[in-house]
Ligand binder design. Structure first.
Ligand SMILES: [Zn+2]
Length: 433
């Protein structure tokens, strides 16, 4: 392959782990496109159930992916809102459609496998119907305009997604369907790249990873892996909320903490507390792995992580121990989105920002790649950057297994052409089968 950074001297993975993966996806190299089902047809800053229910066309999407030689579709079957995009007995599906089923059917006639992405701890709907399972703040403070008190549940205004009322729908009627809707509204697009949404502001919740929310997630996992022919089941938000450092201080967590680390161990900001956080997330990964493998041995398990410093960020804030998590789950998937931070198309300043993040993300991976004990499949962005930046990221962050691109809606015509040519000229079509 051309122009790829050679990660093989950094990442040493047993060949049987790689083989299991290529077997599950039935291809030497993975070329995946991500699709967020509930975020409408443009970027990813809208929550749009109407589009998912009435307009999204599975066959058309699969045709497009096939034309551009993608062999895996990464389907976000449960996003941070909590909606379950399949025929579910245990979960909440606000639309009258089994979208996962439709994509699985459409994939059968094509060389396209389905990889399900499953948001775990962040769940707006569960936050409203089960406030007793939401994380609890351990301190009083203020963060990005959000005031919170010690003992409050961590349900806050959503930073990214906004909602428009469907035509002819009254707010109160829609709130009955979408209970995490608030009357607050963003009239203008925000200045920063992270605040481009417009519309009603929903709330969002990070659930307590020691609550019954975990059992709920495991029931959903079993249901999906059992009822649908998915080749991969990847956990997203398999972590604590990165925005706050004082979660979760509920009675359950305090009790487990002092039972495991002794009554004298300090809650928050102690090494014991950070160990407790990463142990909690690791325990969830173990449960997830055993449910997936018991249900379908051939289904590949995976997890998403964010680049950043190991101690300050991954371990202390998020509770993600990369070594432990990658020893348990089959594939690690770092989210490498440097040009989501800034693109040349928005002017020279944003180009500098994007380039700086690219440099940082590469350096971060070089330093941390040895922590992974499994194959690594990075996901990078096509949305909100140009073709050149997209290709640079795809080449840079191919850790030997291939690359996943985020996301279908928001990819420009020029990028689709570039993706097709990348598959033909750089991956080689013989490697995608
Ligand atoms: Zn808790």
């Amino acid at each position: 392959m051309n122009n790829n950074f050679d990660w093989s001297k950094y990442l040493k993975i047993e060949s049987d782990k790689v083989k299991a993966l290529t077997l599950a996806f039935d291809a030497k190299i993975i070329f995946a496109m991500g699709l967020m089902l509930v975020r409408g047809k443009r970027g990813f800053r809208k929550l749009d159930y109407e589009y998912a229910e009435k307009e999204l066309n599975a066959k058309e999407i699969m045709d497009k992916l096939e034309e551009c030689h993608f062999n895996v579709l990464g389907l976000v079957i449960k996003d941070t809102d909590g909606a379950c995009m399949w025929d579910t007995e245990f979960g909440w599906n606000p639309i009258d459609r089994d979208i996962l089923g439709e994509f699985c059917d459409a994939g059968k006639d094509r060389n396209i496998k389905i990889m399900a992405s499953f948001t775990s701890m962040n769940d707006a709907y569960q936050g409203v119907i089960h406030p007793e399972r939401v994380s609890i703040h351990g301190t009083t403070g203020k963060k990005s305009g959000i005031h919170y008190k010690k003992g409050d549940i961590s349900t806050h205004d959503e930073g990214e997604m906004r909602i428009d009322l469907p035509k002819g729908m009254l707010f109160n009627d829609y709130k009955k369907k979408i209970p995490f809707l608030t009357e607050k509204i963003d009239e203008k697009k925000g200045k920063s790249r992270g605040a481009r949404g417009k519309g009603y502001i929903p709330t969002t919740s990070f659930m307590c990873p020691n609550s019954k929310h975990v059992d709920y997630l495991l029931d959903l996992t079993k249901e999906v892996v059992k009822n649908y022919p998915v080749s991969g089941f990847f956990a997203d938000y398999i972590r604590y909320d990165g925005a706050f450092t004082d979660l979760c201080c509920c009675d359950r967590c305090r009790e487990i903490f002092s039972k495991n680390f002794g009554k004298k161990a300090r809650i928050l900001k102690s090494d014991e507390w950070y160990d407790f956080k990463s142990n909690t997330i690791t325990k969830y990964a173990q449960k997830l792995q055993s449910v997936i493998k018991k249900t379908n041995q051939k289904c590949t398990s995976g997890w998403f992580c964010l680049p950043g410093p190991k101690n300050m960020f991954s371990l202390k804030r998020l509770g993600q121990d990369w070594t432990k998590l990658s020893s348990i789950l089959d594939v690690a998937s770092p989210m490498e989105y440097p040009y989501l931070m800034g693109t040349r198309d928005d002017g020279w300043y944003w180009r500098k920002v994007g380039d700086l993040f690219y440099w940082y993300f590469m350096r971060n991976m070089k330093r941390r790649i040895h922590e992974f004990q499994s194959p690594v499949l990075a996901v990078t962005n096509s949305v909100e950057c140009n073709s050149e930046e997209m290709l640079k990221q795809m080449r840079g962050f191919n850790f030997g297994m291939g690359i996943a691109v985020f996301k279908y809606y928001g990819t420009t015509d020029a990028q689709w052409i570039a993706l097709k040519e990348y598959a033909e000229n750089e991956i080689g079509l013989e490697n995608l089968k």
